[in-house]
Design a protein around this ligand. Structure first.
Ligand code: NAD
Length: 260
């Protein structure tokens, strides 16, 4: 479906994992794609690969915790393509520790990446989207934004917070053609999950290759990790005109996790 020829999307944290898969899927669906990430070299490489395949894409290095960098990435996209139709606040990191041992600076950093940064980017995208009378904003939340998890004080707080931010932005954008959605995936097969397997293996005293089968899958009714392309497919729908009535919601794709 190549029906999005004039639409422009900016995705934060798109050097790999979910963000990169969304970038590829949106390019395939006719969007002009701006990939941004802390790892500027990686997003430039990925953007060049998309261009070689005939898509319109650019890569911009951007630390989302720096409001000026986010603002200039947004301005760069509008200067290059004249619009910003879809903003996907996807950058995220995980850190696991019990509250009493949680380094305070780590807590503040995680909240800055996954809650303050979406506020910055919405703040700077809103005037552009309001002038266009069109915008789609998708904030990557998580099932960690809906229920608590031991050891994830910062991640849970940021993801719960971004659902609150989503509701306020949805109300403020409602009469301007802007929808704002918090997408809440369960366990998805990316580095963010795979990087935790070693720690879990140590804690449980089991082999790392058994952690998925013995620890993670039993938590999920479908007994599997989600694939990044399932998240990207959902994003394609949420960014489309067919989803224009969905706003201010936390929408869930979790293999049944939160039904328990
Ligand atoms: P990932 O680690 O594969 O990708 C995260 C990306 O964010 C990386 O490319 C990283 O460089 C980038 N990033 C980190 N800090 C940044 C910063 N300060 N500025 C710019 N970029 C930065 O992780 P993923 O699994 O693809 O996660 C993407 C999003 O989806 C995150 O917000 C995560 O919380 C959310 N999520 C993931 C899962 C999962 O199971 N993988 C589940 C629910 C939600």
């Amino acid at each position: 479906m190549k029906d999005m020829n004039n639409r422009v999307v900016l995705i934060t944290g798109s050097a790999g994992g979910i963000g990169l898969e969304i970038a590829k899927a949106m390019a395939e669906n006719g969007y002009t794609v701006c990939l941004t990430d802390l790892n500027g070299a990686a997003v430039t490489l990925q953007a060049n690969l998309l261009v070689e395949q005939g898509h319109l894409a650019i890569g911009i290095g951007c630390d989302v915790t720096d409001e000026n960098q986010l603002k200039s990435a947004i301005q760069h996209v509008v200067a290059a393509y004249g619009r910003l139709d879809v903003l996907i606040n996807n950058a995220g990191v995980q850190y696991v520790s019990m509250i009493e041992d949680f380094p305070s600076e780590r807590f503040e950093q995680l909240v800055k990446i996954m809650l303050t940064a979406p506020f910055y980017s919405i703040k700077h995208a809103f005037p552009i989207m309001k002038a266009q009378r069109f915008g789609r904003i998708i904030n990557m939340a998580s099932i960690n934004g809906l229920v608590g998890f031991v050891g994830k004080a910062a991640y849970n707080s940021a993801k719960h917070g971004v659902i609150g931010l989503t509701k306020v932005a949805a109300l403020e954008g409602a009469l301007h053609g802007i929808t704002v959605i918090a997408l809440c995936p369960g366990y998805v097969d990316t580095d963010l999950v795979r990087n935790q397997l070693g720690d879990i293996a140590k804690q449980r005293n089991i082999e790392v290759e058994h952690v998925l089968e013995e620890v993670i899958y039993p938590l999920v009714p479908q007994r599997r990790l989600l694939d990044v392309c399932e998240i990207a497919d959902y994003v394609i729908f949420l960014a489309s005109d067919r989803a224009k009535g969905i706003t201010g919601q936390a929408v869930v794709i979790d293999g049944g996790y939160t039904a328990q």
